[in-house]
Design a protein around this ligand. Structure first.
Ligand code: AMP
Ligand code: ZN
Length: 113
């Protein structure tokens, strides 16, 4: 089972900031900004490449959850970045779809290093 599925099942600890029947959000273990939250579907979807038409509503829901968390964590007005990595060139390390929510400081231009 993947790391994020273990978090969903409560088998690994996480600092959870949001949870409903389809989605979970928790603080990244190695934050790259003052606010760095990962928002994941509970369903194990490995990458963006694995999304199907049936996931369209779920992905829309995830963005509404991101909006809600950004407001609750106080970064909605100052601004934030939402990022998804896919496969090796995208720098994906965990193969369970996740949306990085980053903010709390000026993040500068889009990073490509
Ligand atoms: P990615 O490179 O897009 O696959 O990002 C994976 C992210 O998951 C990285 O930012 C890691 O710091 C984070 N991460 C890995 N393991 C955990 C964990 N157990 N709890 C929270 N975040 C984690
Ligand atoms: Zn998983």
């Amino acid at each position: 089972m993947c790391v994020f599925c273990k978090i969903v099942k409560g088998e690994l600890p996480a600092k959870v900031v949001y949870e409903d029947d389809r989605v979970m959000a928790f603080h990244d273990i190695n934050p790259q900004a003052p606010v760095h939250v990962l928002v994941i579907p509970k369903e194990h979807i490995p990458t963006v490449n694995d999304l199907k038409e049936e996931h369209a509503e779920l992905i829309g829901h995830i963005f509404l959850v991101i909006k809600k968390i950004a407001k609750e964590l106080g970064i909605a007005e100052s601004g934030y970045r939402v990022l998804v990595n896919c496969n090796s060139d995208g720098g994906q390390e965990i193969y369970h779809l996740h949306f990085h929510l980053l903010g709390g400081k000026p993040l500068g231009p889009m990073v490509c290093r």
